[in-house]
Design a protein around this ligand. Structure first.
Ligand SMILES: C[S@@+](CC[C@H](N)C(=O)[O-])C[C@H]1O[C@@H](n2cnc3c(N)ncnc32)[C@H](O)[C@@H]1O
Length: 267
């Protein structure tokens, strides 16, 4: 089994376990206020209207998909975790007559026809993809499904060019060697340990997190642009901005909006 497959299977086990949490909000690490906020953000950024068919990539238990579905014609939610999709189907039945369809699927293999969805989004999940080639495959697969003239919005990607990534490298590396190479500093072992502790404290103060998860994949803005631009079936354009979240995560994460342009005549 390849390393990327193994990492992705580990996340599936983790999210299956999360789906067994008591409340629907806890299952996806959300607060009640997030639901309306995310719905408004998605509708505004993607320009979702009542006639649109929308794909929710990594939909979790569908809490956000169900909110978005109130604003459009249909939402298809896909997720790797069978347990999450089971919860999503229960929530969907409870909300009666919902126009949501939830399916177990990997984001690299979306069970939909080419050019069948108007818009797509992947909310707070891109960093769970195990690496660059996997993430590129996801972007290409979603663009296959989105109609020309549509768009794919990706949120809260941890930025590998950010200060947080440098700090995280220092914290993660047992000897601090990579980080010290990066920082062009020579230091004794004990001063490395002292610096690591200080960095850990600072990281916690700034981000509210003890350490950033070792299992996330970080990407640069340039890498995300490149992933979209190497899609060969249609030209693409990309807009990137600091993550929309109001939390402290915004200082080292970004959102990306990939436009699938209409192929120009004769090209
Ligand atoms: C933090 S939850 C986000 C759920 C929802 N998007 C939200 O924002 O509330 C991350 C979700 O990504 C899913 N996921 C992770 N890797 C995936 C993959 N390769 N393909 C499909 N889903 C995946 C997990 O199963 C999990 O449900």
């Amino acid at each position: 089994m390849s390393g990327q497959r193994r990492k992705s299977d580990l996340w599936r086990t983790y999210w299956d376990e999360m789906a067994r949490q008591n409340t629907a909000l806890d299952q996806v690490n959300r607060k009640l206020r997030d639901l309306k906020r995310e719905e408004r953000f998605l509708v505004g950024q993607l320009g979702i209207t009542s006639g649109d068919d929308v794909l929710d990539v990594c939909c979790g238990n569908g809490l956000i998909s169900l909110k978005v579905a109130e604003q459009c014609s249909k939402v298809v939610g896909i997720d790797l975790s069978e347990e999450m999709i089971a919860r999503a189907r229960v929530l969907s039945r409870r909300s009666r007559g919902s126009n949501c369809d939830f399916q177990v699927a990997s984001a690299t293999s979306v069970p939909l026809a080419p050019n069948s969805m108007d818009l797509a989004y992947c909310l707070t999940s891109f960093h769970y993809f195990p690496g660059y080639s996997y993430a590129k495959q996801v972007i290409h697969e979603v663009l296959r499904v989105v109609k020309p003239g549509g768009a794919f919005l990706i949120t809260e990607v941890p930025d590998s060019d950010s200060w947080a990534h440098t700090m995280w490298q220092i914290i993660r590396n047992p000897k601090g060697e990579d980080a010290f190479d990066t920082l062009k500093t020579k230091a004794s072992r004990s001063s490395v340990e002292r610096l690591k502790k200080r960095v850990q404290l600072l990281f916690r103060r700034i981000t509210g997190k003890k350490v950033a998860s070792d299992s996330w994949t970080w990407y640069s803005r340039k890498e995300v642009r490149k992933m979209a631009r190497t899609y060969s079936d249609s030209p693409c354009d990309v807009d990137i901005w600091p993550a929309h979240t109001r939390s402290r995560l915004a200082s080292y994460r970004f959102d990306a909006l990939v436009y699938k342009l209409q192929p120009t005549d004769g090209s």
